[in-house]
Design a protein around this ligand. Structure first.
Ligand SMILES: Cc1cc2nc3c(=O)[nH]c(=O)nc-3n(C[C@H](O)[C@H](O)[C@H](O)COP(=O)(O)OP(=O)(O)OC[C@H]3O[C@@H](n4cnc5c(N)ncnc54)[C@H](O)[C@@H]3O)c2cc1C
Length: 463
């Protein structure tokens, strides 16, 4: 069959399999049908639930404003798929085009999309992790268990790790009047994602809201009582914190183990793919029948010098799934690159935090609008003379403006005065990110390709 006829056949009666039945998997399934794919579609997911939304799990669900079984993702259309839920994919035979399942079944495919996301990194000491009262938060079951324990009125919650999820959990505790201690190895909350200048603001915010925030310390061990319930934690500075709930919020691990030995370029940093979402094999040769999308993907971004970005962002999962699905059923010349400008949001301690671009690449930050002291500001990040990212605290209306500057590789410092520039914003200051070799947070950006300081590129996002 020549290429055109093969594609026509695939679109009419081919077999597409999606592994991972969550945000990226669902959006890809819908897009495949919207693109006119009429063949058989199978979606495999190890969780026994229909695709559901995770961001509310650390926000509304912990506050009791939504139940964990009420975050099912809305569907744009019926994807007319065979759902194989509650069964994990355990292996991939690339030569035969088959996915192996935990129940012994094998599912053949003509095109495969891998959207297996990430899972919460557990507490490293298994015995301590099994103590009653020790939680992680990634799934709706995790959220249901944690919420039900919070409702019982714990004396104190200890959150280990002050990234976005850890900080949101601490916020939900304080909003319900629960005493909470946060232990963070870095110098401040959110420091890995937003740097020390913004991290200091986050630290003040937490302390003002009554969080017992301990930075620059590690939890070295957890201790249980005679009934196997957690009772305290020991910190690297010698302190002991008594807590009846411990939430381990130490980032995520990519779900790629099931691909070991398959010949696909999959590992702890995710699955590398090209800008068209096609996965690389272990030789670095791009496959043409295996695609990847969402948190598990690691893909080159033209705006950031083709560095490989691994993003744990809701919007990225949607956008990449749509591009991958389109490319799976399109001829080479009709394929599109995944050109989503990274964007993230969080709400905590009554503040709406949003970011665009890759702040963590920033060397310097300029407070372009508002003021740090008022906790209502826009911080713009510069990397070797260009705008690379922006963050807003309760000022998201400015984000599209700075997104445009990022897309057009505008110079940094900004060559214009901003509307309400106050003393904070007169000059850039070091953004104060931690040394990347210190494992405060896992790497989200892996360097390769030319320097993003090269400002020859004018970026047009695929909308
Ligand atoms: C508590 C929480 C709060 C968040 N808040 C925000 C926020 O405020 N803003 C934001 O931008 N993002 C937020 N995120 C991140 C966002 O939810 C993710 O980016 C998004 O869920 C990624 O979707 P995905 O489909 O790629 O991966 P996932 O949602 O991780 O889904 C992957 C699915 O694949 C399944 N799977 C894994 N291995 C296998 C296998 N071998 N076989 C079958 N199935 C498998 C998994 O169990 C899972 O169901 C939050 C995440 C969490 C957990």
């Amino acid at each position: 069959m020549n290429g055109d006829r093969q594609l026509e056949w695939l679109r009419r009666e081919g077999r597409i399999v999606i592994v991972g039945a969550s945000l990226a998997g669902l959006r890809a399934a819908e897009t495949l049908r919207e693109e006119g794919f009429a063949g058989s579609l199978t979606v495999i997911g190890d969780e026994p639930y229909e695709p559901y939304d995770r961001p509310p799990l650390s926000k509304q669900v912990l506050l009791g404003k939504a139940t964990s079984d009420r975050t099912t993702l809305p569907r744009r259309r019926d994807p007319d798929a065979k759902w194989r839920l509650g069964v994990a994919a355990t292996g991939l035979d690339m030569a035969a085009g088959r996915v192996k399942l935990a129940d012994g079944d094998e599912v053949p495919y003509d095109r495969l999309l891998i959207a297996t996301g990430v899972r919460a990194r557990p507490w490293p000491n298994e015995r301590e992790a099994e103590l009653d009262g020790v939680f992680v938060l990634r799934t709706c079951d995790d959220a249901a268990r944690l919420h039900s324990r919070l409702k019982q009125g714990p004396r104190r919650v200890l959150v280990i790790g002050a990234g976005f999820t850890g900080s949101e959990i601490a916020s939900a505790c304080r909003e319900q009047g629960i005493e909470v201690t946060v232990a963070e190895r870095g110098a401040a909350p959110l420091v890995g994602a937003l740097g020390g200048v913004v991290g200091d603001v986050a630290a003040q915010m937490q302390r003002e809201q009554g969080v017992d925030l301990r930075c620059g310390v590690m939890v070295t061990s957890l201790e249980g009582d005679s009934t196997g319930r957690v009772r305290s934690a020991h910190l690297s500075d010698g302190a002991e914190v008594e807590a009846d709930i411990v939430v381990v919020s130490l980032g995520a691990t990519r779900n790629t183990e099931w691909l070991a030995g398959s010949g696909l370029g999959a590992g702890p940093r995710g699955i590398a793919c090209d800008a068209g979402c096609r996965a690389f094999d272990i030789r670095g040769i791009v496959t043409d029948d295996i695609f990847v999308a969402g948190d598990v993907a690691r893909s080159p971004h033209p705006l950031f010098g083709y560095q490989f970005l691994s993003l744990e962002h809701w919007g990225n999962a949607v956008s990449q799934a749509e591009i991958a699905a389109h490319n799976m059923v399109s001829a080479g010349s009709d394929r599109r690159p995944h050109m989503w400008v990274p964007a993230f949001w969080s709400s905590q301690f009554g503040v709406n935090i949003k970011s665009v671009g890759v702040p963590s690449l920033g060397e310097e930050i300029l407070v372009a609008q508002g003021s740090l002291a008022e906790r209502r500001f826009t911080g713009v990040y510069g990397y070797q003379g260009r705008v690379i990212g922006a963050v807003t605290f309760d000022q998201s209306r400015w984000l599209p403006f700075y997104q445009h500057l990022i897309e057009t590789t505008a110079p940094f410092p900004l060559p214009f005065a901003t509307v309400d520039r106050r003393s904070d914003g007169k000059r850039p200051i070091p953004a104060d990110f931690p040394d990347p070799s210190v494992p405060t947070h896992g790497p989200t950006v892996t360097l390769s390709g030319y320097s993003p300081a090269d400002r020859q590129l004018v970026f047009t996002p695929g909308r």
